[in-house]
Write a protein that binds this ligand. Sequence first.
Ligand SMILES: [Zn+2]
Ligand SMILES: [Zn+2]
Length: 324
Amino acid sequence: MNPIREALCSRCGRPADTYLRYAKLNLCKEHFLDYILARVEDTVKRYRMIKPKARILAAVSGGKDSSTMLLTLSKLTGKFDFELTALHIDLGIDEYSTEARMIVEKVCRIAGIRYAIIGLEDLLGLSIPKLARRIYRPPCSICGAVKRYLLNLAGVEAGVDMVALGHHLDDLAVYILKNFLLQNLEDIRKLGPKTEGYDGFLVGRIRPLYEVYERDTALYVSFAGIPYQSLECPFHSVGMEDRIRAFLDGMEEDSPGFKIAFARSIARSLSKYPQPRYEVRRCGLCGMPSQSDVCSFCRMMMKVLGKPLGLELRDRVREIVSKL
Ligand SMILES: [Zn+2]
Ligand SMILES: [Zn+2]
Protein backbone atom coordinates (compact mmCIF):
# COMPACT_ATOMS: atom_id res chain seq x y z
CA MET A 1 0.00 0.00 0.00
CA ASN A 2 1.18 3.45 -0.83
CA PRO A 3 1.22 5.39 2.45
CA ILE A 4 1.00 8.74 0.62
CA ARG A 5 -2.52 9.96 -0.02
CA GLU A 6 -3.27 9.93 -3.74
CA ALA A 7 -2.86 13.37 -5.31
CA LEU A 8 -5.85 14.69 -7.23
CA CYS A 9 -5.94 16.77 -10.41
CA SER A 10 -6.21 20.46 -9.52
CA ARG A 11 -8.66 20.91 -12.41
CA CYS A 12 -11.08 17.97 -12.24
CA GLY A 13 -10.44 16.15 -8.96
CA ARG A 14 -9.66 12.81 -10.61
CA PRO A 15 -6.38 11.05 -9.68
CA ALA A 16 -3.42 13.12 -10.91
CA ASP A 17 -0.82 11.68 -13.28
CA THR A 18 1.88 14.27 -12.72
CA TYR A 19 2.91 17.16 -10.51
CA LEU A 20 4.38 20.33 -12.02
CA ARG A 21 6.62 21.92 -9.41
CA TYR A 22 7.06 25.18 -11.29
CA ALA A 23 3.29 25.68 -11.49
CA LYS A 24 2.41 23.94 -8.17
CA LEU A 25 -0.19 21.88 -10.03
CA ASN A 26 -1.30 18.26 -9.86
CA LEU A 27 -2.79 17.30 -13.20
CA CYS A 28 -4.42 14.29 -14.82
CA LYS A 29 -3.31 13.33 -18.35
CA GLU A 30 -6.08 15.24 -20.06
CA HIS A 31 -5.57 18.43 -18.10
CA PHE A 32 -1.81 18.19 -18.47
CA LEU A 33 -2.22 18.14 -22.26
CA ASP A 34 -4.55 21.15 -22.03
CA TYR A 35 -2.09 22.94 -19.75
CA ILE A 36 0.88 22.52 -22.12
CA LEU A 37 -1.20 23.58 -25.11
CA ALA A 38 -2.17 26.72 -23.16
CA ARG A 39 1.51 27.37 -22.33
CA VAL A 40 2.42 27.17 -26.02
CA GLU A 41 -0.52 29.42 -26.91
CA ASP A 42 0.63 31.97 -24.29
CA THR A 43 4.21 31.79 -25.61
CA VAL A 44 3.10 32.37 -29.20
CA LYS A 45 1.04 35.37 -28.03
CA ARG A 46 3.60 36.79 -25.60
CA TYR A 47 6.34 36.96 -28.24
CA ARG A 48 4.03 37.73 -31.18
CA MET A 49 5.43 34.74 -33.05
CA ILE A 50 2.78 34.27 -35.72
CA LYS A 51 1.15 36.88 -37.92
CA PRO A 52 -2.33 36.16 -39.31
CA LYS A 53 -2.29 34.24 -42.63
CA ALA A 54 1.37 33.28 -42.07
CA ARG A 55 2.79 30.10 -43.59
CA ILE A 56 4.86 28.21 -41.03
CA LEU A 57 7.19 25.30 -41.74
CA ALA A 58 7.86 23.12 -38.68
CA ALA A 59 11.20 21.29 -38.51
CA VAL A 60 10.50 17.81 -37.15
CA SER A 61 13.12 15.28 -36.07
CA GLY A 62 11.07 12.43 -34.59
CA GLY A 63 12.18 13.49 -31.10
CA LYS A 64 9.76 14.35 -28.30
CA ASP A 65 10.49 18.08 -28.57
CA SER A 66 9.65 18.71 -32.20
CA SER A 67 6.68 16.30 -32.01
CA THR A 68 5.26 18.31 -29.08
CA MET A 69 5.86 21.51 -31.04
CA LEU A 70 4.09 20.15 -34.13
CA LEU A 71 1.14 18.68 -32.21
CA THR A 72 0.50 21.81 -30.16
CA LEU A 73 0.96 24.20 -33.11
CA SER A 74 -1.39 22.06 -35.22
CA LYS A 75 -4.11 22.68 -32.62
CA LEU A 76 -3.59 26.46 -32.80
CA THR A 77 -3.82 27.02 -36.57
CA GLY A 78 -7.49 28.09 -36.34
CA LYS A 79 -6.96 30.33 -33.34
CA PHE A 80 -4.04 32.26 -34.83
CA ASP A 81 -5.11 31.81 -38.46
CA PHE A 82 -1.96 30.34 -39.99
CA GLU A 83 -1.00 27.48 -42.28
CA LEU A 84 1.30 24.75 -40.95
CA THR A 85 3.41 22.22 -42.87
CA ALA A 86 6.39 20.12 -41.75
CA LEU A 87 9.86 19.19 -42.95
CA HIS A 88 12.08 16.32 -41.88
CA ILE A 89 15.74 15.94 -42.81
CA ASP A 90 16.82 12.30 -42.95
CA LEU A 91 20.46 12.37 -41.88
CA GLY A 92 21.24 8.79 -42.88
CA ILE A 93 22.56 7.77 -39.44
CA ASP A 94 21.66 4.05 -39.60
CA GLU A 95 18.74 2.76 -37.47
CA TYR A 96 18.60 6.08 -35.63
CA SER A 97 17.48 7.89 -38.79
CA THR A 98 15.24 5.04 -39.97
CA GLU A 99 13.35 5.17 -36.68
CA ALA A 100 13.17 8.98 -36.79
CA ARG A 101 11.67 8.97 -40.26
CA MET A 102 8.98 6.42 -39.36
CA ILE A 103 7.97 8.42 -36.29
CA VAL A 104 7.83 11.70 -38.22
CA GLU A 105 5.50 10.17 -40.80
CA LYS A 106 3.23 8.85 -38.06
CA VAL A 107 3.15 12.11 -36.05
CA CYS A 108 2.40 14.20 -39.15
CA ARG A 109 -0.46 11.84 -40.07
CA ILE A 110 -1.88 12.05 -36.53
CA ALA A 111 -1.60 15.86 -36.53
CA GLY A 112 -3.08 16.02 -40.04
CA ILE A 113 -0.13 18.04 -41.35
CA ARG A 114 1.36 17.86 -44.86
CA TYR A 115 5.08 17.12 -44.78
CA ALA A 116 8.15 16.69 -46.96
CA ILE A 117 11.30 14.69 -46.30
CA ILE A 118 14.77 15.63 -47.51
CA GLY A 119 17.01 12.55 -47.51
CA LEU A 120 20.70 13.45 -47.39
CA GLU A 121 21.70 10.26 -49.21
CA ASP A 122 19.31 11.05 -52.06
CA LEU A 123 20.18 14.72 -52.19
CA LEU A 124 23.96 14.66 -51.79
CA GLY A 125 24.79 10.97 -52.09
CA LEU A 126 26.21 11.37 -48.59
CA SER A 127 24.94 10.67 -45.08
CA ILE A 128 26.20 12.64 -42.06
CA PRO A 129 28.69 9.91 -41.01
CA LYS A 130 30.11 9.71 -44.57
CA LEU A 131 30.34 13.48 -44.82
CA ALA A 132 32.14 13.67 -41.46
CA ARG A 133 34.66 11.01 -42.46
CA ARG A 134 35.44 12.75 -45.75
CA ILE A 135 36.22 16.11 -44.20
CA TYR A 136 37.66 14.90 -40.88
CA ARG A 137 35.26 16.86 -38.72
CA PRO A 138 33.15 15.72 -35.75
CA PRO A 139 29.70 14.59 -37.01
CA CYS A 140 27.81 16.88 -34.59
CA SER A 141 29.36 20.09 -35.91
CA ILE A 142 28.60 19.12 -39.51
CA CYS A 143 25.12 17.88 -38.68
CA GLY A 144 24.09 21.21 -37.15
CA ALA A 145 25.48 23.20 -40.09
CA VAL A 146 23.89 20.96 -42.75
CA LYS A 147 20.50 20.96 -41.01
CA ARG A 148 20.50 24.75 -40.61
CA TYR A 149 21.45 25.25 -44.27
CA LEU A 150 18.87 22.83 -45.67
CA LEU A 151 16.08 23.97 -43.37
CA ASN A 152 16.59 27.58 -44.42
CA LEU A 153 16.86 26.58 -48.08
CA ALA A 154 13.65 24.52 -47.83
CA GLY A 155 11.89 27.45 -46.14
CA VAL A 156 13.03 29.85 -48.88
CA GLU A 157 12.02 27.49 -51.68
CA ALA A 158 8.68 26.71 -50.05
CA GLY A 159 8.07 30.45 -49.68
CA VAL A 160 7.11 30.22 -46.00
CA ASP A 161 7.11 33.16 -43.60
CA MET A 162 8.71 31.42 -40.63
CA VAL A 163 10.37 28.16 -39.69
CA ALA A 164 9.30 26.69 -36.33
CA LEU A 165 11.96 24.92 -34.25
CA GLY A 166 11.41 22.40 -31.45
CA HIS A 167 14.05 23.80 -29.08
CA HIS A 168 12.78 23.58 -25.50
CA LEU A 169 13.48 25.69 -22.43
CA ASP A 170 16.15 23.42 -20.91
CA ASP A 171 18.32 23.35 -24.05
CA LEU A 172 17.88 27.04 -24.77
CA ALA A 173 18.88 27.98 -21.21
CA VAL A 174 22.04 25.88 -21.63
CA TYR A 175 22.97 27.45 -25.00
CA ILE A 176 22.32 30.97 -23.71
CA LEU A 177 24.43 30.49 -20.59
CA LYS A 178 27.20 28.76 -22.55
CA ASN A 179 27.40 31.67 -24.98
CA PHE A 180 27.44 34.07 -22.04
CA LEU A 181 30.31 32.19 -20.36
CA LEU A 182 32.26 32.18 -23.62
CA GLN A 183 31.25 35.82 -24.20
CA ASN A 184 29.78 35.02 -27.63
CA LEU A 185 27.26 37.75 -26.93
CA GLU A 186 26.02 38.15 -30.50
CA ASP A 187 25.05 34.48 -30.57
CA ILE A 188 22.68 35.03 -27.63
CA ARG A 189 20.55 37.21 -29.90
CA LYS A 190 19.93 34.22 -32.16
CA LEU A 191 18.54 32.17 -29.26
CA GLY A 192 15.48 34.25 -28.50
CA PRO A 193 11.86 33.16 -28.98
CA LYS A 194 11.75 34.75 -32.43
CA THR A 195 14.44 35.73 -34.95
CA GLU A 196 13.54 37.85 -37.93
CA GLY A 197 14.68 36.81 -41.41
CA TYR A 198 16.05 38.77 -44.35
CA ASP A 199 13.79 39.18 -47.28
CA GLY A 200 14.03 36.32 -49.71
CA PHE A 201 17.04 34.37 -48.52
CA LEU A 202 16.99 33.99 -44.76
CA VAL A 203 13.76 32.71 -43.21
CA GLY A 204 12.83 33.93 -39.72
CA ARG A 205 12.62 31.39 -36.88
CA ILE A 206 10.20 30.88 -34.02
CA ARG A 207 10.54 28.65 -30.96
CA PRO A 208 7.05 27.83 -29.66
CA LEU A 209 8.55 25.71 -26.83
CA TYR A 210 10.65 28.63 -25.54
CA GLU A 211 8.93 28.30 -22.13
CA VAL A 212 8.25 24.53 -22.13
CA TYR A 213 10.46 22.18 -20.10
CA GLU A 214 12.04 19.11 -21.69
CA ARG A 215 10.34 16.85 -19.12
CA ASP A 216 6.97 18.20 -20.21
CA THR A 217 7.66 17.38 -23.87
CA ALA A 218 8.35 13.75 -22.88
CA LEU A 219 5.12 13.63 -20.86
CA TYR A 220 3.18 15.36 -23.64
CA VAL A 221 3.99 12.79 -26.32
CA SER A 222 3.61 9.90 -23.90
CA PHE A 223 0.19 11.10 -22.57
CA ALA A 224 -0.92 11.85 -26.14
CA GLY A 225 -0.02 8.29 -27.13
CA ILE A 226 2.52 9.45 -29.70
CA PRO A 227 5.65 7.42 -30.40
CA TYR A 228 8.97 9.17 -30.04
CA GLN A 229 12.56 8.39 -30.80
CA SER A 230 13.90 5.77 -28.39
CA LEU A 231 17.42 5.62 -29.81
CA GLU A 232 19.89 8.31 -28.86
CA CYS A 233 22.03 9.73 -31.63
CA PRO A 234 25.23 7.61 -31.59
CA PHE A 235 27.32 10.77 -31.94
CA HIS A 236 25.95 12.49 -28.82
CA SER A 237 28.90 13.68 -26.76
CA VAL A 238 29.23 14.83 -23.18
CA GLY A 239 30.96 18.12 -22.58
CA MET A 240 30.67 21.63 -21.26
CA GLU A 241 26.96 21.73 -22.05
CA ASP A 242 26.23 18.91 -19.61
CA ARG A 243 28.04 20.76 -16.82
CA ILE A 244 25.98 23.87 -17.49
CA ARG A 245 22.80 21.77 -17.65
CA ALA A 246 23.57 20.25 -14.24
CA PHE A 247 24.09 23.73 -12.78
CA LEU A 248 20.80 25.02 -14.22
CA ASP A 249 18.98 21.90 -13.01
CA GLY A 250 20.29 22.65 -9.52
CA MET A 251 18.95 26.20 -9.72
CA GLU A 252 15.58 24.85 -10.85
CA GLU A 253 15.61 22.36 -7.98
CA ASP A 254 16.17 25.16 -5.44
CA SER A 255 13.65 27.54 -6.98
CA PRO A 256 11.10 25.89 -9.28
CA GLY A 257 10.36 28.08 -12.30
CA PHE A 258 13.89 29.51 -12.35
CA LYS A 259 14.47 28.56 -16.00
CA ILE A 260 11.24 30.21 -17.14
CA ALA A 261 12.19 33.43 -15.31
CA PHE A 262 15.69 33.25 -16.83
CA ALA A 263 14.35 32.77 -20.39
CA ARG A 264 11.87 35.61 -19.97
CA SER A 265 14.48 38.06 -18.72
CA ILE A 266 16.79 37.10 -21.59
CA ALA A 267 13.95 37.67 -24.06
CA ARG A 268 13.34 41.12 -22.55
CA SER A 269 16.98 42.14 -22.81
CA LEU A 270 17.80 40.55 -26.20
CA SER A 271 17.99 43.92 -27.95
CA LYS A 272 20.79 44.98 -25.57
CA TYR A 273 23.04 42.20 -26.85
CA PRO A 274 25.31 43.21 -29.72
CA GLN A 275 24.37 42.56 -33.35
CA PRO A 276 26.70 40.24 -35.26
CA ARG A 277 29.73 42.19 -36.47
CA TYR A 278 29.62 40.68 -39.93
CA GLU A 279 27.15 41.67 -42.58
CA VAL A 280 24.85 38.97 -43.95
CA ARG A 281 25.65 38.58 -47.62
CA ARG A 282 24.52 36.19 -50.32
CA CYS A 283 26.71 33.26 -51.34
CA GLY A 284 27.91 33.80 -54.92
CA LEU A 285 27.24 30.14 -55.77
CA CYS A 286 23.90 29.31 -54.16
CA GLY A 287 22.48 32.69 -53.14
CA MET A 288 21.96 31.63 -49.52
CA PRO A 289 23.16 33.70 -46.53
CA SER A 290 26.90 33.81 -46.09
CA GLN A 291 29.54 35.72 -44.15
CA SER A 292 31.90 35.69 -47.15
CA ASP A 293 31.73 35.31 -50.95
CA VAL A 294 31.04 31.57 -50.75
CA CYS A 295 28.94 30.05 -47.96
CA SER A 296 30.30 27.33 -45.66
CA PHE A 297 27.93 24.72 -47.15
CA CYS A 298 29.14 25.32 -50.71
CA ARG A 299 32.74 25.23 -49.46
CA MET A 300 32.03 21.92 -47.72
CA MET A 301 30.55 20.46 -50.92
CA MET A 302 33.55 21.61 -52.96
CA LYS A 303 35.84 19.81 -50.52
CA VAL A 304 33.79 16.59 -50.51
CA LEU A 305 32.38 16.38 -54.02
CA GLY A 306 34.95 18.43 -55.88
CA LYS A 307 32.27 20.93 -56.92
CA PRO A 308 29.61 23.05 -55.24
CA LEU A 309 26.02 22.07 -55.92
CA GLY A 310 24.90 25.68 -56.03
CA LEU A 311 21.67 26.31 -57.89
CA GLU A 312 21.23 22.66 -58.89
CA LEU A 313 20.68 21.79 -55.22
CA ARG A 314 18.10 24.56 -54.91
CA ASP A 315 16.16 23.12 -57.86
CA ARG A 316 16.05 19.71 -56.19
CA VAL A 317 14.99 21.08 -52.82
CA ARG A 318 12.33 23.20 -54.53
CA GLU A 319 10.93 20.06 -56.13
CA ILE A 320 10.82 18.24 -52.76
CA VAL A 321 9.00 21.05 -50.97
CA SER A 322 6.67 21.83 -53.89
CA LYS A 323 4.09 19.39 -52.51
CA LEU A 324 3.74 21.30 -49.26
ZN1 LIG B 1 -7.97 16.66 -14.61
ZN1 LIG C 1 26.46 28.64 -51.04
